[in-house]
Design a protein around this ligand. Structure first.
Ligand SMILES: *Cc1c(COP(=O)(O)O)cnc(C)c1O
Length: 379
């Protein structure tokens, strides 16, 4: 066999279409096990506040349901997710034909891109908007139109103005990740009403369960009025099931039908379906998670104020803070066993994003922050 040159002129790598080769992969938070290896630290001494996970873990009801479902894993899951859709249906007051399930809501975002985008088409999203919008757009061969942010959040007027005749998807994250910015529901709804009907508005509400009651709004009801609106939500954040990968989208039945055409037949596993259904029923856990988050957010932002640091007020379970040379400060934190998320990849090289943890985890982060800011070497 001739020597292989996979990157050469006839190699397999260059055969990938330009849109695929142009993608820079999503940068996930560093796993605890990896930092433990790199810094020779014990895993139990490491605090991970990097992926907006629920520091309480999962609801006990979800854990029990997941364990019970293990017995049946030799069988394929229900590809239609009947039981979870029924639970969502009664919880949200929408018919099951208006619900699509995803392997995380990330999957639903990709289904929307794959169903509606193609070469020659465009998608509109915001500067500092969630990274997956650009990735999904490029993977579909379409062109992204990134609209400049206003105060680190979505500038809806500018986004509306950026829509072109070839635009088919417009992504909004509310609250947004990584900036935590939030737009009032009535402002979003009047924007959706103005978007041309041939553009699907994907309203990504991954953090909606963390909103304070006064800020909640009923976007699910809007989907009955605007057939070009798809609302996405997830079990990964407040429900504490990030590792099981379950999310969902709510939209017009005809749009849901389109998404189902590009969906893998068994995209959500049986253990995940069972856990999500049980998690949905544990309102006490959800309330506890939101309350812990409020307290933790205060703990963190009060510390930032003391340290004279700038931060972006956040409606999510994380907050972005300005630290100057974020790569250096991040390294200082890693050496002290604290994992947060640098967001230079979002064009915010002076910022770190920290997830709200348990009180003692937040305290560990705050304690490590001062010496990391001063560039002091860890002991
Ligand atoms: C975390 C997150 C998601 C999706 O996460 P999944 O685990 O795939 O459900 C989607 N959108 C935003 C803005 C997020 O931060």
């Amino acid at each position: 066999m001739p020597p292989q040159d996979i990157h050469g002129e006839h190699g397999i790598v260059v055969q990938a279409p330009d849109n695929i080769r142009a993608i820079s992969p999503y940068q996930p938070g560093k796993p605890i096990s990896e930092l433990a290896r790199e810094m020779a630290l014990a895993e139990r001494d490491i605090v991970k506040l990097a992926s907006n996970e629920n520091p309480l873990g999962m609801s006990p009801a979800a854990r029990d349901a997941a364990s019970a479902a293990l017995v049946e894993v030799a069988r394929y899951p229900d590809g239609n997710g009947f039981a979870l859709k029924a639970a969502l249906s009664s919880r949200l007051g929408v018919g099951a034909e208006r619900i699509v399930l995803g392997n995380g809501s990330n999957d639903v975002l990709e289904l929307a891109a794959r169903a509606l985008l193609a070469p020659g088409r465009t998608a509109v999203y915001s500067q500092y908007g969630f990274a997956v919008y650009a990735l999904a757009t490029r993977a579909a061969g379409a062109t992204g139109i990134e609209v400049g942010a206003r105060d680190y959040g979505h500038d809806l007027d500018a986004m509306g103005g950026a829509i072109r005749p070839d635009t088919r998807v417009l992504f909004i994250a509310n609250p947004n990740n990584p900036t935590g910015t939030f737009i009032d529901g009535d402002v979003i709804e009047s924007f959706v009403a103005r978007v041309p009907q041939d553009v699907l508005v994907v309203l990504d509400e991954a953090y909606t369960e963390y909103l304070e009651p006064a800020r909640r709004y009923d976007s699910i009801a809007w989907t009955a009025r605007y057939p070009n609106l798809l609302v996405t939500r997830t079990f990964s954040k407040a429900y504490g099931l990030a590792g099981l990968r379950v999310g969902y989208g709510i939209g017009h039945p005809a749009v849901i039908d389109l998404l189902n055409r590009v969906r893998q037949p068994f995209n959500v596993g049986s253990v995940s379906l069972a856990a999500a259904e049980a998690a949905l029923g544990d309102e006490e856990f959800l309330a506890r998670s939101a309350e812990l988050n409020d307290r933790g957010m205060r703990q963190l932002t009060e510390a930032f104020a003391r340290l004279g640091l700038e931060w972006i007020p956040s409606a999510g379970n994380f907050v972005a803070l300005r630290v100057g040379d974020a790569a250096a400060v991040n390294l200082g934190l890693l050496r002290r066993g604290v994992i947060v998320r640098p967001i230079g990849g979002y064009g915010m090289p002076e910022w770190l994003r920290v997830s709200v943890g348990l009180p003692e985890e937040n305290a560990r982060f705050i304690e490590a922050l001062s010496p990391a800011l001063q560039g002091r070497t860890a002991q």
